[in-house]
Write a protein that binds this ligand. Structure first.
Ligand code: DC
Length: 225
Protein backbone atom coordinates (compact mmCIF):
# COMPACT_ATOMS: atom_id res chain seq x y z
CA UNK A 1 0.00 0.00 0.00
CA UNK A 2 1.33 3.45 -0.91
CA UNK A 3 2.53 5.56 2.00
CA UNK A 4 0.28 8.59 2.38
CA UNK A 5 0.68 11.54 4.71
CA UNK A 6 -2.45 13.72 4.88
CA UNK A 7 -2.04 17.34 5.91
CA UNK A 8 -5.31 19.19 6.40
CA UNK A 9 -6.38 22.46 7.95
CA UNK A 10 -7.70 25.95 7.21
CA UNK A 11 -6.06 28.32 4.72
CA UNK A 12 -2.92 30.02 5.97
CA UNK A 13 -2.06 27.39 8.58
CA UNK A 14 1.13 26.55 6.70
CA UNK A 15 -0.02 23.35 4.97
CA UNK A 16 1.47 24.22 1.58
CA UNK A 17 4.89 25.20 2.90
CA UNK A 18 5.16 22.19 5.18
CA UNK A 19 3.72 19.69 2.69
CA UNK A 20 6.05 20.77 -0.12
CA UNK A 21 9.12 20.69 2.14
CA UNK A 22 8.12 17.32 3.56
CA UNK A 23 7.56 15.79 0.11
CA UNK A 24 10.95 17.09 -1.06
CA UNK A 25 12.70 15.79 2.07
CA UNK A 26 11.13 12.31 1.84
CA UNK A 27 11.22 12.03 -1.96
CA UNK A 28 7.40 11.69 -2.03
CA UNK A 29 4.97 13.16 -4.55
CA UNK A 30 2.98 16.21 -3.54
CA UNK A 31 -0.75 16.76 -4.08
CA UNK A 32 -1.96 20.34 -3.78
CA UNK A 33 -5.69 19.54 -3.71
CA UNK A 34 -6.59 23.21 -3.20
CA UNK A 35 -5.04 23.90 -6.61
CA UNK A 36 -7.58 21.50 -8.16
CA UNK A 37 -10.49 23.46 -6.64
CA UNK A 38 -8.84 26.70 -7.70
CA UNK A 39 -8.49 25.34 -11.25
CA UNK A 40 -12.19 24.48 -11.35
CA UNK A 41 -13.05 28.03 -10.20
CA UNK A 42 -10.74 29.53 -12.80
CA UNK A 43 -11.98 27.26 -15.60
CA UNK A 44 -15.58 28.20 -14.73
CA UNK A 45 -14.73 31.90 -14.88
CA UNK A 46 -12.91 31.56 -18.21
CA UNK A 47 -15.74 29.59 -19.80
CA UNK A 48 -18.37 31.88 -18.24
CA UNK A 49 -19.99 28.96 -16.42
CA UNK A 50 -22.35 30.04 -13.66
CA UNK A 51 -20.90 28.81 -10.35
CA UNK A 52 -24.39 27.88 -9.16
CA UNK A 53 -24.76 25.45 -12.07
CA UNK A 54 -23.51 22.29 -10.34
CA UNK A 55 -23.83 20.09 -13.43
CA UNK A 56 -21.71 22.26 -15.70
CA UNK A 57 -19.16 23.04 -12.98
CA UNK A 58 -18.75 19.36 -12.14
CA UNK A 59 -18.33 18.52 -15.86
CA UNK A 60 -15.46 21.02 -15.88
CA UNK A 61 -14.00 19.41 -12.73
CA UNK A 62 -14.08 15.98 -14.38
CA UNK A 63 -12.77 16.96 -17.80
CA UNK A 64 -10.68 20.14 -17.50
CA UNK A 65 -7.30 19.83 -19.16
CA UNK A 66 -4.71 20.42 -16.44
CA UNK A 67 -1.08 19.65 -15.83
CA UNK A 68 1.25 19.98 -12.83
CA UNK A 69 4.90 20.34 -13.82
CA UNK A 70 7.93 20.55 -11.57
CA UNK A 71 10.30 23.19 -12.93
CA UNK A 72 14.11 22.95 -12.89
CA UNK A 73 14.35 24.92 -9.61
CA UNK A 74 11.97 22.42 -7.96
CA UNK A 75 8.92 24.71 -7.87
CA UNK A 76 5.56 23.62 -9.22
CA UNK A 77 3.91 25.17 -12.28
CA UNK A 78 0.25 24.60 -13.01
CA UNK A 79 -1.26 24.63 -16.49
CA UNK A 80 -4.89 24.99 -17.53
CA UNK A 81 -5.56 24.21 -21.19
CA UNK A 82 -1.80 24.51 -21.84
CA UNK A 83 -1.58 27.99 -20.31
CA UNK A 84 0.60 28.60 -17.24
CA UNK A 85 -1.86 29.82 -14.57
CA UNK A 86 0.43 29.39 -11.54
CA UNK A 87 0.24 33.07 -10.54
CA UNK A 88 -3.46 33.57 -11.23
CA UNK A 89 -4.23 30.47 -9.20
CA UNK A 90 -2.85 32.02 -5.99
CA UNK A 91 -4.91 35.22 -5.99
CA UNK A 92 -7.57 35.89 -3.33
CA UNK A 93 -10.16 36.11 -6.11
CA UNK A 94 -9.38 32.59 -7.34
CA UNK A 95 -9.35 31.34 -3.73
CA UNK A 96 -12.86 32.68 -3.22
CA UNK A 97 -14.07 31.03 -6.47
CA UNK A 98 -12.47 27.76 -5.30
CA UNK A 99 -14.19 27.92 -1.95
CA UNK A 100 -17.56 28.36 -3.70
CA UNK A 101 -17.18 25.47 -6.17
CA UNK A 102 -15.80 23.30 -3.34
CA UNK A 103 -19.18 23.31 -1.60
CA UNK A 104 -20.82 21.43 -4.54
CA UNK A 105 -21.04 17.68 -3.90
CA UNK A 106 -20.80 16.71 -7.62
CA UNK A 107 -17.64 18.82 -7.97
CA UNK A 108 -16.06 17.05 -5.00
CA UNK A 109 -17.09 13.67 -6.42
CA UNK A 110 -15.57 14.54 -9.80
CA UNK A 111 -12.28 15.55 -8.19
CA UNK A 112 -12.10 12.50 -5.92
CA UNK A 113 -10.81 10.12 -8.60
CA UNK A 114 -8.37 12.71 -9.94
CA UNK A 115 -6.91 13.19 -6.46
CA UNK A 116 -6.58 9.45 -5.76
CA UNK A 117 -4.46 9.02 -8.91
CA UNK A 118 -1.66 10.89 -7.11
CA UNK A 119 -1.15 8.00 -4.65
CA UNK A 120 1.66 5.93 -6.15
CA UNK A 121 4.36 3.62 -4.79
CA UNK A 122 6.84 6.46 -4.26
CA UNK A 123 4.67 7.89 -1.44
CA UNK A 124 2.47 10.97 -1.24
CA UNK A 125 2.06 14.08 0.86
CA UNK A 126 -1.54 15.21 0.31
CA UNK A 127 -2.42 18.78 1.29
CA UNK A 128 -6.02 19.96 1.65
CA UNK A 129 -9.16 20.05 3.75
CA UNK A 130 -10.48 16.49 3.50
CA UNK A 131 -7.39 14.43 2.72
CA UNK A 132 -7.55 12.46 5.98
CA UNK A 133 -11.34 12.30 6.25
CA UNK A 134 -12.53 11.55 2.68
CA UNK A 135 -9.90 11.27 -0.04
CA UNK A 136 -7.30 9.15 1.77
CA UNK A 137 -8.91 7.79 4.96
CA UNK A 138 -6.25 5.03 4.89
CA UNK A 139 -3.40 7.57 5.24
CA UNK A 140 -0.80 6.28 7.70
CA UNK A 141 -0.24 9.73 9.19
CA UNK A 142 -2.83 12.52 9.42
CA UNK A 143 -1.93 15.97 10.60
CA UNK A 144 -4.35 18.82 11.18
CA UNK A 145 -2.49 22.13 11.08
CA UNK A 146 -4.17 25.19 12.54
CA UNK A 147 -3.27 28.74 13.56
CA UNK A 148 -5.33 31.65 14.87
CA UNK A 149 -7.23 33.77 12.33
CA UNK A 150 -5.07 36.81 13.23
CA UNK A 151 -1.84 34.88 12.64
CA UNK A 152 -3.08 33.41 9.35
CA UNK A 153 -4.16 36.82 8.07
CA UNK A 154 -0.82 38.27 9.15
CA UNK A 155 1.08 35.59 7.21
CA UNK A 156 -0.99 36.24 4.10
CA UNK A 157 -0.45 39.97 4.56
CA UNK A 158 3.34 39.56 4.60
CA UNK A 159 3.22 37.22 1.59
CA UNK A 160 1.19 39.70 -0.47
CA UNK A 161 3.29 42.68 0.63
CA UNK A 162 6.42 40.81 -0.47
CA UNK A 163 4.81 40.40 -3.89
CA UNK A 164 4.28 44.15 -4.03
CA UNK A 165 0.49 43.92 -3.74
CA UNK A 166 -1.56 46.62 -2.09
CA UNK A 167 -3.21 44.93 0.91
CA UNK A 168 -5.26 45.76 3.94
CA UNK A 169 -4.90 43.61 7.08
CA UNK A 170 -8.47 43.96 8.49
CA UNK A 171 -9.87 43.08 5.04
CA UNK A 172 -7.63 40.00 4.90
CA UNK A 173 -8.78 38.92 8.38
CA UNK A 174 -12.35 39.20 7.18
CA UNK A 175 -11.56 37.09 4.09
CA UNK A 176 -9.88 34.40 6.21
CA UNK A 177 -12.89 34.40 8.57
CA UNK A 178 -15.45 34.06 5.79
CA UNK A 179 -13.45 31.36 3.97
CA UNK A 180 -13.20 29.38 7.25
CA UNK A 181 -16.90 29.79 7.79
CA UNK A 182 -17.72 28.50 4.29
CA UNK A 183 -15.21 25.61 4.41
CA UNK A 184 -16.25 24.48 7.89
CA UNK A 185 -20.01 24.81 7.60
CA UNK A 186 -20.67 23.25 4.18
CA UNK A 187 -22.53 19.92 4.02
CA UNK A 188 -20.13 18.30 1.56
CA UNK A 189 -16.91 17.21 3.30
CA UNK A 190 -16.68 20.12 5.73
CA UNK A 191 -13.27 21.03 7.09
CA UNK A 192 -12.93 18.99 10.28
CA UNK A 193 -10.01 17.04 11.72
CA UNK A 194 -10.12 13.29 11.08
CA UNK A 195 -10.70 11.35 14.31
CA UNK A 196 -7.20 9.92 14.10
CA UNK A 197 -5.51 13.20 13.08
CA UNK A 198 -2.82 14.81 15.20
CA UNK A 199 -3.61 18.49 15.69
CA UNK A 200 -0.80 21.01 15.61
CA UNK A 201 -1.33 24.72 16.30
CA UNK A 202 1.36 26.61 14.40
CA UNK A 203 0.50 30.14 15.66
CA UNK A 204 3.60 30.36 17.84
CA UNK A 205 5.87 28.06 15.84
CA UNK A 206 8.46 28.76 13.16
CA UNK A 207 8.36 26.80 9.90
CA UNK A 208 11.42 24.85 11.07
CA UNK A 209 9.74 23.95 14.36
CA UNK A 210 6.63 22.68 12.55
CA UNK A 211 8.80 20.73 10.11
CA UNK A 212 10.80 19.13 12.96
CA UNK A 213 7.59 18.11 14.76
CA UNK A 214 6.07 16.61 11.62
CA UNK A 215 9.27 14.78 10.64
CA UNK A 216 9.49 13.36 14.13
CA UNK A 217 5.98 11.92 13.71
CA UNK A 218 6.95 10.46 10.32
CA UNK A 219 9.92 8.66 11.90
CA UNK A 220 7.95 7.51 14.96
CA UNK A 221 5.37 5.95 12.59
CA UNK A 222 8.18 4.27 10.65
CA UNK A 223 7.18 5.93 7.37
CA UNK A 224 10.76 6.90 6.46
CA UNK A 225 14.27 6.17 7.68
O1 DC B 1 -5.86 25.42 0.12
P1 DC B 1 -6.41 26.45 -0.83
O2 DC B 1 -6.53 27.82 -0.24
O3 DC B 1 -5.67 26.46 -2.13
O4 DC B 1 -7.90 25.95 -1.17
C1 DC B 1 -8.79 26.71 -1.92
C2 DC B 1 -10.23 26.34 -1.58
O5 DC B 1 -10.50 25.02 -2.04
C3 DC B 1 -10.55 26.33 -0.09
O6 DC B 1 -11.25 27.50 0.29
C4 DC B 1 -11.44 25.15 0.11
C5 DC B 1 -11.28 24.32 -1.10
N1 DC B 1 -10.65 23.03 -0.83
C6 DC B 1 -11.47 22.00 -0.43
O7 DC B 1 -12.66 22.20 -0.25
N2 DC B 1 -10.95 20.75 -0.25
C7 DC B 1 -9.65 20.53 -0.41
N3 DC B 1 -9.17 19.29 -0.22
C8 DC B 1 -8.78 21.59 -0.78
C9 DC B 1 -9.32 22.84 -0.97
Amino acid sequence: MATIIAIDGPSGAGKGTISRALAAKLGFKYLDSGALYRLVGLAAKRHSVDLANHIDVSALAAHMDIDFRTTKDGSLSVFLESEDVTQELRTEETGALASQVASHKPVRAALLARQRLFATAEGLVADGRDMGTVVFPQAQLKIYLTASIEERAQRRYKELLAKGENVNLPALEEQVRSRDERDMSRDASPLIPAEDAIELDTSELSIQEVMDTVLNLVYIKGLAN
